[in-house]
Design a protein around this ligand. Structure first.
Ligand code: NAD
Ligand code: MG
Length: 286
């Protein structure tokens, strides 16, 4: 384990921006090499402006997919950066700002993605929110609870429901879970609950949609260096971020994206559905 933290203490307001992070995360800009594994696929990645979603958008584009990304309006500069890399890969990008906590917005985003991409083959339910709190449920307010549950769960249901108007046999849905589903932190009681629920929904939808030829899986990341961390955790937590994993460090978004490529690919994962793939630096996901 390195003696010195790679992450100096830092804090941002949610949702957090990439340019204010020190160091900036690695989304695979200089390293990801595509092999045509998603040629011609059309993907919607929620939260595709930054962090894991940006790494997924870059990897998908380099694998031959066109990509629509959804994000909050205040994240426009991050969305433009992702768009740059998708275009540089020679693929189409669609930018869809909006608040996924609003049902109409969430459903409209799916319709716009399908219309502008000419259809939809892959949906990545990646947008998410957490807020580290005092370690007592006494302090949890209803507006705080609403923000976490609506972003992480309601939006996932609305987007998936709407996307099923477009997805055909061979399509894939990928949800984003977390190590928090297995090893919940007291300070993230509401967030951890949503991630456990996402695992449960993933299994259930895999069963429901298997007969239609649609695969449903989840990726469960461990500690990954993204804007979500400095925006929602105390600044001193950031300094030791990831040090408690068997690999002794946090992961980069670029190290998570290949799991999404695998699950999205009909060539590689045609018989993989209903599973949760951990990318946790060694922490168990069972
Ligand atoms: P991130 O902040 O880069 O991405 C989260 C994105 O969610 C934001 O960019 C934002 O666009 C989107 N979002 C949040 N609220 C929204 C709303 N109301 N409307 C529209 N979009 C909204 O951080 P990230 O870590 O890359 O997060 C991506 C996913 O990974 C989340 O589901 C998160 O829970 C999950 N995750 C992250 C970690 C980690 O350590 N970073 C670990 C496990 C799971
Ligand atoms: Mg963001």
């Amino acid at each position: 384990m390195p003696d010195e933290t790679p992450f100096p203490a830092q804090q941002q307001e949610p949702p957090g921006l990439t340019g204010a992070m020190s160091p900036e995360p690695d989304h695979g800009e200089q390293s990801y090499v595509g092999h045509g594994r998603l040629d011609g696929r059309r993907a919607l990645v929620t939260g595709g402006d930054s962090g894991i979603g940006r790494a997924v958008a870059i990897a998908f584009a380099r694998e031959g997919a066109d990509v629509a990304i959804a994000y909050m309006p205040e994240e426009q500069e991050d969305a433009e950066a992702t768009a740059h890399w998708v275009r540089e890969a020679g693929r189409t990008v669609v930018l869809l700002p909006g608040d996924l906590r609003d049902e109409r917005s969430a459903r409209d985003i799916v319709g716009q993605a399908a219309e502008e991409l000419g259809g939809l083959d892959v949906v990545v339910n990646n947008a998410g929110f957490q807020q580290a709190r005092r370690e007592s449920i006494d302090d949890l307010t209803t507006p705080e609870l609403d923000r976490v549950l609506k972003t992480n769960l309601y939006a996932l249901f609305w987007i998936t429901h709407e996307a099923l108007r477009h997805l055909k046999a061979g399509s894939a849905i990928i949800n984003v879970s977390s190590i928090q589903a297995y090893e919940p932190s007291p300070a993230l009681v509401d967030y951890a609950a949503t991630k456990a629920a996402i695992n449960n929904v993933t299994v259930n939808l895999a069963a429901q949609l298997g007969p239609r030829g649609i695969r449903v899986n989840a990726v469960a990341p461990g500690p990954i260096w993204t804007p979500l961390q400095p925006a929602t955790q105390p600044s001193d937590h950031v300094e030791k971020f990831g040090a408690d994993t068997p690999l002794g460090r946090a992961g980069q978004p670029a190290e998570v994206a290949p799991a999404f490529v695998f699950l999205a690919s009909e060539g590689d994962a045609s018989y993989v559905s209903g599973t949760v793939l951990g990318v946790t630096g060694g922490k168990p996901v069972f």
